[in-house]
Design a protein around this ligand. Structure first.
Ligand SMILES: Cc1ncc(COP(=O)(O)O)c(C=O)c1O
Length: 302
């Protein structure tokens, strides 16, 4: 299936996007990106994603040559141009990326390269996650926030790569939960971390994590549902004693975590608060999130 992508002012088949090996995005991870999804073909929280992209761009001093409004309009158009694949894939994933272009130094680069790539959500790759994930709290740490602000969504992800390897070596198939240098829980390689203890939802402050759009959705839901919520430093001790744990990210929305460090979380089953939040999220988007992932995921792997 060929999707249409925006690439530096043109609309081309996605597979024809070519990144020069000398591009600084490839050479030295001098790039920022966003991941956004649709529900029923409609872009979810586009404003939040575009704003985060531009906050990242401003911080890394990279001008994409497009205003936020132009980027939002191009994103709408990118989805529009691929809507004919919706029945086949279920919903769409949108990947914005902006690199600094070629150049020996960051200040001498020859200009931003801007792409908006659309594809089907990878339901086949993650639909089983809703049965409960395994996680490992890794020795590999998040970058110190004063060295590289975690609010930038950037490509310098070697610590996440190492954390994924470490978690998998310790418990095959497990995903990492990283810590900061003080030992507090931060996030995973593409997701925020939540725990539930005595009915209250806890998540880390944004001092050391990406401000996930899905994290914000969960915080809005807990407020609507009157679920006690605390944004605070979390220690490994708190995770290992939690009743429930779940991860949030754009494609999954939220997925339960049923073991951490090979120990069951709570009774090792998906907990009531996780179920309540997933149900409320599904209701808000008029689509059963788990059912959609399982339907399209099993179809693709059949
Ligand atoms: C490091 C990191 N943390 C958290 C998230 C979750 O953010 P969002 O909910 O906006 O997808 C991501 C998403 O890719 C991420 O890369």
């Amino acid at each position: 299936m060929s999707f249409t992508a925006y690439w530096n002012g043109e609309w081309i088949p996605s597979e024809e996007i070519r990144i020069d090996p000398l591009d600084r995005g490839f050479m030295v991870a001098d790039a920022t990106f966003e991941a956004t999804r649709t529900f029923n073909g409609r872009i979810y929280h586009l404003g939040d994603h575009i704003r985060r992209l531009y906050r990242s761009l401003d911080y890394i001093r990279l001008d994409p040559g497009l205003t936020e409004e132009e980027m939002a309009a191009l994103t709408e158009e990118a989805v529009e141009r691929n809507l004919d694949k919706l029945d086949a894939v279920g919903d769409l994933h949108i990947h914005h990326f902006v690199t600094r272009g070629k150049g020996r130094r960051a200040w001498s680069a020859d200009g931003a390269q801007v792409g908006i790539r659309v594809s089907g959500l990878d339901f086949a790759g993650y639909y089983t996650a809703y049965e409960g994930l395994k996680a490992i709290i890794t020795r590999t740490q998040s970058y110190h926030a004063e060295a590289l602000d975690p609010k930038i969504k950037h490509y310098s992800r070697m610590n996440f790569n190492l954390a994924e390897l470490e978690a998998n070596e310790f418990d095959p198939g497990a995903l990492p939960i990283l810590r900061d240098r003080d030992g507090y829980i931060t996030e995973g390689s593409s997701y925020n971390v939540f725990i539930v203890t005595d009915g209250a939802v806890h998540t880390s402050t944004t001092r050391t994590v990406l401000e996930g759009v899905s994290r914000k959705v969960v915080l809005n839901l807990t407020s609507q549902l009157d679920i006690e919520t605390r944004i605070e430093d979390i220690q490994p001790y708190d995770v290992l004693n939690a009743d429930e744990c779940f991860f949030t990210s754009t494609s999954w929305c939220m997925v339960p975590v049923t073991t951490v460090d090979k120990q069951p979380v709570g009774d090792g089953k998906i907990g009531p608060v996780t179920k309540q939040l997933l149900a409320a999220w599904s209701e808000n988007v008029a689509l059963d999130i788990v059912d959609q992932a399982v339907r399209y995921g099993t179809r693709a792997t059949a």
